[in-house]
Ligand binder design. Structure first.
Ligand SMILES: NC(=O)c1ccc[n+]([C@@H]2O[C@H](COP(=O)([O-])OP(=O)(O)OC[C@H]3O[C@@H](n4cnc5c(N)ncnc54)[C@H](O)[C@@H]3O)[C@@H](O)[C@H]2O)c1
Length: 303
């Protein structure tokens, strides 16, 4: 099968590219390398350096995706906090990027789009675990844009008969996660601090809890979602571990000393209900974050 991974030079996208190639698929990547990295690129994939939010570039995008069966739309400016600082840049990039690839996919008769959605759509909620039927409450620019992308996918399925499915990821960790800069997540930041002998910095009291999901499990969910005959009409599916741990527990599992900073505006806890993923995709998580951290420490000689 020929497939396209947008954002295929990024953390999740590049793991997906490797897996698709290993399964014998032809893989095309569309990425503008805004946060993607050359070192994540696989020599067996074909790369197109295109900004998906540029609607003037439709013919280049169509050229890249022609005769592909599935598009995995991972491209986005990810992360909540930088979107609060830069709402317009994020809006243009994330909303136009999504509608542009959806329109090009229709024009090029692509069968299905698997969209990387986000658990941030749930916002701050005390009702946990979060189910896909819960009312969305996105409270940041990034969360709004990711949620709007889900609505666009469903609308394109309804109006243009393009098969779509949205996977709401919960805090993804694993190989190639960003260790520094604006795009790093808490696991990457802690590892970076540990490797450079700094204190692990915790926002607030560290009692906030997160559902962490292994990147290779996210990749498997994408592949199952590209094939399942039970989806294709804009379904929303949680991809999480179904368990959550506190940031303090995460920091303790890594070791080293900790420094507590002022709290930031973030949900107190998140936790995925993953029954729908099992039912529609036959997907289940395979690796727990604390086991991954143990392995990571062993591999890197960290005590
Ligand atoms: N990492 C997580 O915990 C997480 C959680 C929920 C959802 N997601 C979603 O998963 C997807 C992948 O996230 P990631 O963590 O791998 O992020 P990432 O920043 O590592 O990868 C995103 C990729 O998209 C590319 N990109 C961004 N804007 C683009 C544009 N306009 N045109 C072309 N390419 C563009 C970047 O260069 C990068 O390679 C994103 O859509 C993100 O919103 C991630």
């Amino acid at each position: 099968m020929k497939c396209v991974v947008t954002g295929g030079a990024g953390f999740i996208g590049s793991n997906l590219v490797d897996r698709l190639l290993s399964e014998g698929n032809e893989v095309v990547v569309v990425d503008n390398f805004s946060s993607g990295k050359k070192e994540n690129c696989n020599k067996n994939a074909t790369y197109f350096d295109i900004d998906l939010s540029n609607t003037e570039k439709q013919s280049a995008i169509k050229d890249a995706i022609k005769s592909s069966e599935v598009i995995f739309h991972c491209a986005a400016l990810a992360r909540v906090q930088p979107s609060i600082i830069n709402p317009i840049k994020y809006e243009v990039n994330n909303t136009l990027g999504t509608i542009n690839i959806l329109k090009c996919a229709v024009d090029m008769k692509v069968r299905r789009i698997v969209y990387s959605a986000s658990s941030s759509a749930y916002g701050p909620t005390k009702k946990l675990p979060s189910k896909e039927s819960d009312i969305a409450n996105p409270v940041s620019p990034y969360a709004n844009q990711k949620y709007y992308g889900e609505l666009c996918c469903k609308m394109f399925s309804n109006i243009y008969s393009l098969e779509t499915v949205s996977l709401r990821y919960f805090n993804v960790f694993g190989e190639r996660q960003n260790l520094g800069g604006a795009y790093a997540t808490v696991v990457g930041i802690f590892i970076d601090q540990l490797l450079s002998n700094q204190q692990l910095t915790i926002n607030g009291d560290g009692k906030q809890r997160r559902d962490f999901t292994y990147v290779k499990d996210v990749v498997s969910a994408n592949i199952l979602a590209s094939k399942s005959s039970l989806v294709g009409k804009g379904e929303i599916i949680n991809i999480g571990s179904g368990k959550n741990i506190s940031i303090n527990t995460l920091a303790k599992s890594l070791g080293g000393s900790r420094k507590y900073l002022n709290p930031v505006n973030e949900p107190f806890a998140n936790l995925a209900d993953i029954k729908k993923a099992k039912k529609l995709l036959d997907w289940e998580p395979t690796l727990d974050i604390l086991d991954w951290i143990n392995d990571y420490k062993l591999l890197n000689g960290i005590k």
